[in-house]
Design a protein around this ligand. Structure first.
Ligand code: ATP
Length: 303
C-alpha cells in the first residue's frame, strides 16, 4: 500500500493525580483518560528511493514541522525499531483540528496515529502491546492514544488498562486559544505542592473511587462526583479556568474540569439540549468552544 489516512483522536483527563518526580525526569501519574470524537486527520504517502526521509507538514502553522513534530519523532522511533524506512521514505500531512497546547494531547494523538499507520502501511501486523511499547518511547500520553476509549493510565503513562466504555457522553470544550507549556505547569506543580490549599490525599482517593464506580455504572452524576485534576492548582491561567468552570456549571453542565496541563476546560453535560445551552454561554467567554462526545476508538487507519 502506498498511501493511507489515519484518525488521531483528542483525549481528556477525567482524573489526574500527579505523584513524585522520578529519576528519569517524568512524574508518576494515576489518570483516567477518555478519547474524544474531536480528531486530527493524517494523510500518509510512501516515497520510493527516499532513503529514510521523513517529511511532515501541518495545516496549522503554529505546529512545528520537521524534527520537532511528534509525528516525525514517532516515525523515526518506529523505523529504528522495525527497519521499515531503510530505502523508502514517508510524507505526512496533518490536518489539525485539535487545539494546540490545550491539554487535549493533540501531538500525542498524532504520534499514536503515525505509529498505527506505519504498522498498517508496511503490513507488519504488530500487536497492540508492541505498538504501545513503541509509543512509550515517544511520550507519556502516546500509549493511551494508541488504545483509546476509557482507561486507567499509570506509571509515567506506559501502563494502560481499559475500563468500561463511555462512548456517546457529550462534552463542551472551552479554551483560551493560548498554548500552555506542559513542562512549565509541572514545574509550578512541584513548587506549589506543599501549599496548604492542595487537596488532601483522602479527598483525592474518595474521588477516584467515585469515578471508578460512576464509570462501571455509566452514571453521569457519579462520574461528575469523581472528576479531579491535580494540575488545575498549578495552571498559569487559573483565573480563566475558574471562570470557564463557573460559567459552564451555571449554564447547566453536570460538572466541569481542566484537562491535562490545561488551559482547556471540559464541561460534562447530560444531553444535546444542555450541550447547546452550555456552548452558547461558554462561547461568550472563550475564544475556542467545541461540542464533542466521548469515543471508544483509539488511533485508527482508514483505507
Ligand atoms: P499534552 O496534554 O499531551 O501535554 P497538549 O495538548 O497540551 O499536550 P499539544 O497540542 O500536544 O499539547 O502540543 C504540545 C506542543 O507540541 C506544542 O507546543 C506543539 O508545538 C508541539 N507539537 C509537536 N508536534 C505536534 C503535533 N503533531 N501536533 C500538535 N503539537 C505538536
Amino acid at each position: 500500500m502506498l498511501g493511507a489516512k489515519a484518525i488521531a483522536r483528542a483525549k481528556l483527563n477525567l482524573f489526574l493525580d500527579v505523584g513524585d518526580l522520578r529519576q528519569d525526569g517524568y512524574h508518576e501519574i494515576r489518570s483516567i483518560m477518555q478519547t474524544l470524537e474531536l480528531s486530527d486527520e493524517l494523510y500518509f504517502r510512501r516515497t520510493d528511493g527516499a532513503n529514510g526521509k521523513i517529511v511532515t507538514r501541518c495545516s496549522n502553522s503554529c505546529v512545528p514541522c520537521g524534527e520537532e513534530n511528534l509525528v516525525f519523532k514517532a516515525i523515526k522511533a518506529f523505523a529504528m525499531k522495525t527497519k521499515v524506512l531503510d530505502e523508502e521514505g514517508i510524507e505526512v500531512f496533518i490536518n489539525k483540528r485539535i487545539p494546540v497546547g490545550a491539554g487535549l494531547a493533540g501531538g500525542s494523538a498524532d504520534a499514536a496515529a503515525a505509529i498505527v499507520a506505519m504498522n498498517n502501511i508496511w503490513e507488519l501486523d504488530l500487536s497492540t502491546r508492541e505498538l504501545i511499547d513503541a509509543a512509550s518511547l515517544v511520550g507519556s500520553d502516546v500509549p493511551f492514544c494508541i488504545l483509546g476509549g476509557t482507561a486507567l493510565v499509570t506509571g509515567r503513562g506506559e501502563k494502560v488498562e481499559s475500563l468500561n466504555p463511555l462512548s456517546g457522553l457529550k462534552v463542551v470544550l472551552a479554551s483560551s486559544g493560548q498554548e500552555m507549556s506542559t513542562e512549565q505547569v509541572y514545574e509550578r506543580f512541584d513548587s506549589l505542592r506543599s501549599n496548604s490549599d492542595f487537596p488532601d490525599s483522602g479527598e483525592v482517593e474518595g474521588k477516584f473511587r467515585a469515578l471508578i464506580e460512576g464509570i462501571e455504572k455509566r452514571d453521569v452524576s457519579g462520574i461528575a462526583a469523581g472528576l479531579h485534576n491535580s494540575l488545575e492548582f498549578a495552571t498559569i491561567r487559573r483565573d480563566l479556568v475558574i471562570e470557564y468552570k463557573k460559567k459552564a456549571e451555571s449554564a447547566g453542565a453536570v460538572a466541569a474540569l481542566m484537562t491535562g496541563s490545561g488551559p482547556c476546560v471540559f464541561a460534562l453535560v447530560s444531553g444535546l439540549e444542555e450541550a447547546a445551552e452550555v456552548a452558547w454561554e461558554l462561547e461568550k467567554l472563550a475564544p475556542v468552544t467545541i461540542v464533542t462526545s466521548f469515543s471508544d476508538i483509539g488511533a485508527q487507519v482508514l483505507r
